[in-house]
Design a protein around this ligand. Structure first.
Ligand SMILES: NC(=O)c1ccc[n+]([C@@H]2O[C@H](COP(=O)([O-])OP(=O)(O)OC[C@H]3O[C@@H](n4cnc5c(N)ncnc54)[C@H](OP(=O)(O)O)[C@@H]3O)[C@@H](O)[C@H]2O)c1
Length: 294
């Protein structure tokens, strides 16, 4: 049975992957306390004692706005951390699967055309720049790698956009809440992505691949669809990027085309609306309890 070491086990994707992959593989999942990916010495010690066949890097500094103010930390975790993992993986003969992001692109491509794996990268935020540096560190270190770019993640675990929208709608039903309606992307369920990663492991795919939900929508459309399925009234108002001021620039077009996994005939990604419906139906009570702080 293959052994898989997962970093960032308390994150959205780390937990989805640990839950799913443990059914078929020998999984060692480690939190940031158990393995800090910015510490190369710890990384090699942990890899040598566990000797995994595959390292799955789900650890990252994912707060896009905070990356603008904590640039050094973002660079250590997102830019250098993957290189530390890749070097240690190479040393013990393991493959590295590294998770990256749509934010490596500038979003200037015309909607609805999605970015394919070979499109030119040109990040517009520090988060995107640091994640691109992480990709490059992996690629330069070992040939035995797979980089999986995904977008707009949500899960029952951790914090995410859907949970924030639910909290805002439940706590301030009368308040007008503005949601950006001119950035386009594909809201992707972490559980679905974990299923895709399992397929990628089985097929031993190498290189760079895109894996996000099918179809696209704006943040405003996503929030509306989710709350409607949850059966909750919302006072959301669409606004433009300019009207919603945040520290980090974001790509206007975040749509990823899942070209490579389709070519490999292993695409299990679903339409974003369908997955949000499944998610809302499955976790409705838990989401409401969690949001209400019960
Ligand atoms: N979230 C999105 O919308 C999105 C979109 C596109 C791509 N991605 C990518 O998808 C991957 C998974 O994202 P996610 O949403 O699951 O992230 P997440 O929920 O924020 O989890 C990231 C995890 O990384 C851990 N971590 C942070 N610094 C670390 C360090 N120095 N050493 C070890 N672990 C560390 C965090 O641990 P602590 O909690 O202890 O800090 C956290 O558990 C990331 O590569 C991210 O860049 C995410």
């Amino acid at each position: 049975m293959k052994k898989i070491l997962i970093t960032g086990k308390n994150g959205q994707l780390g937990r989805e992957c640990a839950d799913l992959l443990a059914k078929r593989f020998n999984v060692v999942a480690l939190s940031s306390k158990e393995l800090d990916i910015t510490n190369p010495d710890s990384v090699i010690i942990v890899f040598e004692s566990n000797r995994p066949d595959i390292v799955l890097n789900c650890a990252a500094f994912t707060n896009v706005d905070m990356c603008e103010t904590r640039k050094e930390l973002a660079w250590e975790v997102n830019g250098k951390g993957p290189g530390n993992l890749a070097r240690a993986a190479k040393k013990i003969g393991a493959k590295i699967i590294h998770i990256s992001t749509d934010y490596v692109f500038d979003g200037e491509k015309s909607v609805p055309h999605g970015y394919v794996e070979t499109d030119k990268t040109s990040p517009v935020s520090w988060y995107g720049k640091s994640k691109l540096a992480g990709e490059q560190a992996v690629i330069e270190t070992t040939r035995d790698h797979l980089i999986v770019r995904t977008a707009w993640l949500y899960s029952i675990y951790g914090g995410n956009f859907l949970k924030t929208m639910l909290r805002l709608a439940l706590k301030n039903p009368e308040k007008e809440i503005r949601v950006v309606n001119d950035q386009f992307g594909s809201m992707t369920w972490g559980y679905r992505l974990a299923l895709q990663i399992e397929k990628l492991i089985d097929k031993e795919v190498q290189g760079i691949c895109h894996a996000s939900a099918e179809g696209y929508g704006t943040w405003y459309e996503v929030a509306g669809h989710f709350l409607e399925r949850m059966g909750i009234e919302s006072g959301f108002t669409p606004c433009t990027t300019e009207e919603y001021s945040v520290p980090a620039h974001r790509p206007r077009n975040s749509i990823l085309e899942n070209k490579k996994i389709k070519q490999e005939s292993i695409c299990v990604m679903e339409e974003w609306k369908k997955d949000i419906e499944l998610f809302a139906d499955k976790f409705r009570d838990q989401l409401i309890r969690e949001t209400a702080g019960v």
